[in-house]
Design a protein around this ligand. Structure first.
Ligand code: UD1
Length: 363
């Protein structure tokens, strides 16, 4: 007689972590490392190919201790619609084969919205990390990505109370909102010991605390030659050396500028996360149009001047570490000293809180 033993195979809860652009890698890393240790789930990294340069992508994966992505789509440097569409098509195919139980999207880039839409149309569960941020400026592609992702996601992980309020005002059901804190601070805390032991400023022959860091990549600031020319001129006139790790989008236009005095400006390729954070924590102040740097500077208590008319991170303004500036008033706004405190739940434990919430619900 033949006996057939029936063993019950318990399938593990399958989580896809979506990343595609530079700021995404930082946001998935702390969550990946914690989820990876859990017995009840399997975690997969999906790289959408939105960013593809070594210094915009691979170097971040290695800095953050992330393995080669489990799935990597082809690079796509086309228009917004083509980029979003191509990522949607590729991710839909993957979801049909792989059927994740939960898709985690982060931030506000085109990969975030593309994968959210593809997953939701297949009725998969989507969680949005860094939900609820709003600049209320719909001319920013990121704002459109934020609003749409939040409307369709099932779980909204927010960094601060203002984000909860934004979602509630938009009619999002309160039970979907979970305030977990700021994941970018987890990333910093995770790598702080490595950040502290290098001296990036030495590489540029600078004196600690006596230089500025600037970053610009928003289309509104860098896509028009006159505007970029004006920005470079103002930075050059501040009177302190200014390190400018240049995003490829900015560099493409920067090299076309002629007759633009820039002898106080050190232009460099994008830096790795560890090098950049070391440069940031030792500078005098920061001038930027980035979102994440407004938060990192708040945590590091370094004054930040943001060359934008709005911010989706108003908490950094209220707390006093960040100031919105224009080209015209930048010089008068620079005070070198700002009062600042660290917002609640920006404590390096966001990934732990998320993992606990997921475990309680799904394990
Ligand atoms: C994207 C995000 C932005 C984020 C930024 C961080 C959207 C809508 N925007 O903007 O929110 O703050 O990333 O970096 O998703 N390029 C390269 N090499 C690369 C990547 C891009 O040369 O590795 C070029 C592209 O070909 C394109 C330009 O840079 O011409 C813009 O890239 P794209 O990914 O569309 O958006 P970002 O400006 O990087």
């Amino acid at each position: 007689m033949l006996f057939v033993w029936k063993t019950k195979v318990k399938l593990l809860f399958k989580i896809h972590l979506i990343c595609g652009a530079r700021p995404n890698f930082m946001k998935i890393a702390p969550l990946y490392h914690i989820l990876k240790k859990e017995q009840w789930c399997q975690v997969f990294i999906i790289h959408t190919g939105q960013h593809y340069d070594l210094m915009m992508s691979d170097v971040f994966l290695s800095n953050l201790g992330l393995p080669k992505p489990d799935f990597h789509f082809l690079k796509c440097n086309k228009s917004h619609a083509e980029q979003t569409g191509n990522i949607m098509i590729a991710y839909e195919k993957l979801c049909l084969k792989d059927r994740p139980d939960l898709v985690v999207v982060v931030g506000d880039v085109n990969s975030t919205i593309a994968c959210s839409i593809a997953a939701k149309k297949l009725q998969l569960k989507v969680a949005h990390l860094e939900a609820g941020l709003r600049s209320y400026d719909r001319s920013m592609p990121e704002e459109i990505n934020r609003v749409i992702t939040d409307v369709i996601a099932d779980i909204l992980w927010t960094p601060s109370e203002d984000a909860d309020q934004n979602l509630i005002k938009e009619g999002i059901a309160i039970e979907k909102i979970q305030r977990v804190g700021n994941i970018m601070i987890d990333t910093y805390c995770m790598l702080e010991s490595k950040i502290n032991i290098i001296d990036t400023w030495k590489k540029f022959n600078l004196v600690k605390g006596q230089y500025i860091v600037c970053t610009f990549h928003r289309p509104v600031n860098v896509d028009f030659r006159n505007r970029l020319h004006k920005i470079i001129t103002v930075l050059n006139n501040i009177g302190l050396p200014c390190v400018f790790p240049m995003h490829p989008r900015t560099y493409k236009n920067f090299i076309k500028l002629t007759n633009c005095k820039n002898d106080n400006i050190i232009v460099t390729k994008p830096l790795s996360y560890i090098e950049f954070m070391n440069l940031l924590k030792n500078c005098k102040f920061i001038i930027t149009d980035s979102g994440g740097i407004q938060e990192e500077s708040t945590y590091l208590k370094i004054p930040c001047y943001t060359l934008r008319t709005s911010t989706e991170r108003p908490i950094t303004i209220n707390i006093g570490s960040n100031t919105l500036v224009t080209m015209e008033n930048l010089e008068e706004k620079i005070t070198y000293f700002k009062k600042s405190e660290i917002p609640k739940l920006w404590d390096g434990k966001t990934a732990v809180r998320i993992t606990k919430l997921l475990k309680d619900k799904f394990s």
